[in-house]
Write a protein that binds this ligand. Structure first.
Ligand code: NDP
Ligand code: PYC
Length: 340
């Protein structure tokens, strides 16, 4: 550990140990602590600050609320040749994802496409680590989930939708996959929370205050309603996530997750839909032609100076692997207090 200005610098191993210690100290089983620490390290490493070490505070709050079972054992259920479900049994989602991933991949390879429902999970993480794990197996990945009802539909002022992320990964030969992962709200709620922690204003188009007026005050935004990205388009995508990763898989929509929380301040409780597709099953050996077509597309983007989504993260990853991760000193103190 070292210090640089107002930041503390930790190696990736130091951060992993710190995250594990905090989680074990608060009653997580070793399996949950490992799965959560892995994802928190990935978030901080890729400078995805809203879903890095900051999330430990929410994990501990969720455990302390008594709603999460931090020792829950996920149970896998085969539904059909191309479908499976993992019941997280009121635990965090990440161990359930890791439990189901090998079976999801086997099914995608044998059926061409397979879908996995994760049910009854507490969810706080970014989705790109999951779709990247699918792409690392040579498969195309798509994932989505609802959250708490924090987001107003376009044209309204009252929260209905969650921040409902959608993540996609396309495996690329010899290079990082093409990945995007975004909330269907104008910004992840975690980002507004970080602005509130640091007393920074937010852009006016992110949220309404509780009187339905656009606001630049992050705390007023958290008490009001967030807005969707892209107006009616983000609104429709947010609804799609509620349907596919809620109603379709027999799990809660964001309004129900919020009601279940009943003010406890725990992570949202709902399901997640994960889809894997094997490109080799569509095209056989010709799948290489599909890969070449994809590369042509990416070159047409980067060739004019535009960047691919996740490029910033991949650059941050290389930096963090070399130099460690930077953590604002106050955030580091708050996490150390949880370890004490
Ligand atoms: P951002 O708006 O920061 O980024 C969204 C995506 O767009 C990223 O893939 C990003 O790549 C890419 N991107 C950003 N700028 C550009 C650009 N100029 N050109 C090309 N691509 C670009 O994300 P959000 O705030 O919407 O979400 C952040 C995270 O929050 C996500 O990982 C999401 O999974 C998580 N989240 C989780 C929720 C949950 O319920 N578990 C709920 C909501 C969000 P890059 O990263 O390289 O900048
Ligand atoms: O940042 O919107 C968010 C979020 C919700 C649940 C986990 N992250």
């Amino acid at each position: 550990m070292s210090e640089a200005g107002a930041d503390v610098i930790l190696s990736l191993d130091e951060l992993d140990s710190l995250a594990r210690e905090v989680l074990l100290r608060h009653g997580a089983s070793p399996a949950h602590a490992d799965a959560i620490a892995r994802v928190i390290v990935q978030g901080q490493r890729d400078e995805c600050h809203s879903h890095g070490i900051y999330r430990l505070i929410g994990c501990v709050r969720s455990i302390r609320s008594g709603k999460v079972d931090p020792r829950a054992e996920p149970a896998l259920r085969d539904i059909a040749p191309g479908l499976l479900a993992v019941d997280a049994n009121h635990g965090f989602s990440l161990l359930a994802f890791e439990t189901g991933l090998p079976r999801l991949a086997d099914k995608a390879r044998s059926q061409g496409i397979a879908a996995m429902a994760i049910n009854r999970c507490f969810h706080f993480s970014a989705l790109w680590p999951e779709v990247e794990a699918i792409a690392a197996l040579g498969l195309v990945g798509l994932a989505m989930n609802p959250s708490h009802s924090w987001v107003a539909p376009e044209g309204g002022k009252r929260p209905v939708f969650g921040t409902n992320p959608i993540a996609f990964a396309w495996p690329r030969p010899g290079s990082n996959p093409f990945v995007f992962d975004f909330a269907t709200s104008a910004i992840a709620r975690g980002d507004i929370e970080l602005h509130a922690r640091e007393g920074k204003p937010i852009p006016e188009h992110w949220a309404f205050d509780s009187d339905g007026m656009p606001t630049t005050d992050a705390r007023a935004a958290l008490d009001g309603a967030m807005r969707t990205f892209g107006g009616h388009k983000g609104s429709a995508l947010a609804a799609m996530v509620e349907l596919l990763a809620g109603a379709l898989i027999g799990d809660l929509i964001s309004m129900e997750s919020q009601a279940f929380d009943a003010g406890a301040g725990a992570s949202p409780y709902h399901g997640e839909l994960v889809i894997a597709i094997d490109p080799r099953r569509f095209l056989g050996d010709d799948y290489r032609a599909g890969q070449a077509r994809a590369e042509k597309l990416f070159e047409a983007v980067t060739g004019q100076g535009a960047r691919l989504p996740s490029q910033r993260r991949f650059e941050a990853r290389s930096r963090s692997e070399r130099n460690g991760v930077r953590i604002p000193a106050q955030l580091h103190r708050d996490v150390m207090a949880l370890r004490a």
